[in-house]
Design a protein around this ligand. Structure first.
Ligand SMILES: CSCCC(=O)C(=O)COP(=O)(O)O
Ligand SMILES: [Mg+2]
Length: 239
């Protein structure tokens, strides 16, 4: 069933919306898991790594003197629980960026995604990403896809650092301000109803993605319009 949407900005979630959940939970998490400890030990002077490690210790209640093994154990438990904690996302992003640059990782989008993104761009829409994955991870991911380098499609990238948590209204208000957009001119596409609720509370339009076989396929999307593929979104672009 097609859903009519009027907007100028299309903001997109990644996992479960543009890529399969397994792309993140299996391919990317499995890549990061054995590399976290070595990355922390090999970058002791990187301020980004030091800050992330300090945040892990603080959030997990570890002693400031805790060693890498304890930190990694927390990070693994967060991945097992799919807790999208910012310091975990920062460290994963560093590791994945190197993996993409080395040609060891490639992003595969659902087949309906890239044609729709190109169509929307041709009609004059602006595209942006809002994901729990760090901006560094997003950029690396879209620069190495099975359909080539897609970076030029996106005019903005937002994560839990430059916007905030995805289930909270102020994050969407911050993005609206960054985009210099009217809230009603932005539509958010996500597979997670609580994220859509937060976006709608900020005045955005919303479309839920219930993709067959994905974890949220049977979720209750409430009043949010729902599609199972991007080509079911009938986008009318506001000039
Ligand atoms: C290559 S970006 C990694 C995506 C990621 O780490 C993640 O947790 C995706 O979460 P989302 O907010 O896009 O559902
Ligand atoms: Mg998602």
């Amino acid at each position: 069933m097609s859903v009519p949407v009027t907007a100028r900005w299309v903001v997109l979630d990644i996992e479960g919306t543009m890529t399969a959940t397994s792309q993140v939970h299996v391919v990317l998490y499995d890549y990061a898991r054995p590399r976290l400890g070595p990355w922390i030990d090999e970058h002791p002077d990187d301020p980004v790594v030091r800050e992330a490690v300090a945040q892990v210790k603080a959030e997990a209640g570890l002693d400031a003197a805790a060693g890498t093994a304890e930190v990694v154990s927390v990070l693994h438990s967060w991945m097992d629980a799919d807790r999208k904690a910012t310091p975990l996302k920062t460290l994963q992003g560093l590791i994945w960026s190197e993996g993409y640059a080395r040609g060891e990782l490639t992003t595969e989008c659902f087949p309906d995604v890239v044609p729709a993104l190109r169509r929307w761009r041709e009609r004059g829409a602006q595209l942006a990403v809002f994901s729990s994955g760090s901006v560094a991870a997003q950029v690396a991911s879209f620069s190495h896809t099975t359909e080539g380098d897609l970076r030029e499609l996106f005019s903005g990238h937002f994560d839990t650092v430059n916007a905030g948590p995805k289930k909270e209204r102020p994050s969407y208000e911050a993005i609206t301000e960054h985009l210099e957009a009217e809230p009603g001119a932005v539509v958010f596409l996500s597979d997670v109803p609580a994220e859509l609720d937060a976006a709608a509370a900020a005045g955005w339009r919303t479309v839920g993605l219930a993709r067959p076989g994905e974890p949220h396929a049977e979720a209750d999307f409430g009043a949010h319009p729902v599609v199972s593929r991007f080509d079911e979104v009938e986008l009318e672009v506001i000039a």
